[in-house]
Design a protein around this ligand. Structure first.
Ligand code: KIV
Length: 271
């Protein structure tokens, strides 16, 4: 008789318990089946199907061009590769800002067509009605404050946000509003570590930091940056764990050499 080991899936409740227990949450982006399989198999808590796919998968300069259909395609691929982790799917720019009915319709498409477990959207008070509507339809929502890349043309640069008191105060208030509206977690991107610590202590839901210091309840990075697939993007907050760009480039050069020299394929590599 074969005994199948039961996989304990990560849920939004798991993350809540992790915060309460002081256990850090690990989150990484993924956009396709094969990497989702590696990342989930390695034991990550959360995969974010980020709109950063617009940059790292499609080569756009910003996250603005990615469409709802495209993020759905990426999320469907990721879902086929995972057994355990919680999957959060970004609502792309233009599919939730105009009104809460449109936001809900977009979130429902993501949940129905991908099998993802939750959605993420950027902003605070400006999107609070949409957050409430999506949550009341039973869809878990992750917030995103600080540097919100969908607003890059408003900010003008990708530098640290909320250094001034006025913006820091708005962020403090927005975090409380998102918590009250029912968000299960909030990404804090590129804000001073001290502010992120204060916000993390002031709310009961987990904060997930990216360039927001070590006191957040969890951390997220873009997979292509931490694995060194992209090597041009080197912000201070990034820890690069591999240099896939260099290794893959060397492997491809060797492959070309082996073909040209007639070394590949050899006798054991043919029929
Ligand atoms: O799209 C993304 O990758 C993100 C992370 C930077 C948090 O939103």
């Amino acid at each position: 008789m074969s005994v199948q080991k039961e996989i304990k899936k990560v849920t939004t409740n798991t993350l809540q318990k992790m915060k309460a227990a002081g256990e850090k949450i690990s989150m990484l982006t993924a956009y396709d089946f094969s990497f989702a399989r590696i990342i989930d198999g390695a034991g990550i808590d959360v995969i974010l199907v980020g709109d950063s796919a617009s940059n790292v998968m499609a080569g756009h300069e910003t996250t603005l061009p990615i469409t709802l259909d495209q993020i759905i395609y990426h999320a469907q691929s990721v879902i086929r590769g995972i057994d355990r982790c919680l999957v959060v799917v970004d609502l792309p720019f233009g599919y939730y800002q105009s009104n809460s009915d449109i936001a809900l319709a977009s979130a429902i498409r993501i949940m129905k067509e991908t099998g993802g477990h939750s959605v993420k959207l950027e902003g605070g008070s400006e999107v609070i009605e949409s957050v409430k509507k999506i949550v009341s339809a039973g869809i878990p929502v992750m917030g995103h404050l600080g540097l919100t890349p969908q607003s890059i043309y408003k900010f003008g640069t990708y530098t640290v946000r909320a250094k001034e008191e006025e913006e820091a105060n708005k962020l403090r208030e927005d975090a409380k509003l998102l918590e009250a509206a029912g968000c299960f977690a909030i990404v804090l991107e590129k804000i001073p570590a001290k502010l992120a610590e204060e916000v993390s202590k002031s709310i009961s839901i987990p904060t997930i930091g990216i360039g927001a210091g070590g006191a957040c309840d969890g951390q997220v990075l873009v997979m292509h940056d931490m694995l060194g697939i992209n090597t041009e993007f080197k912000p201070r907050f990034l820890r690069q764990y591999l240099n896939i760009h260099e290794q893959a480039s060397k492997a491809v050069q060797q492959y070309i050499t082996d073909i040209k020299s007639g070394d590949f394929p050899n006798e054991s590599e043919q029929y």
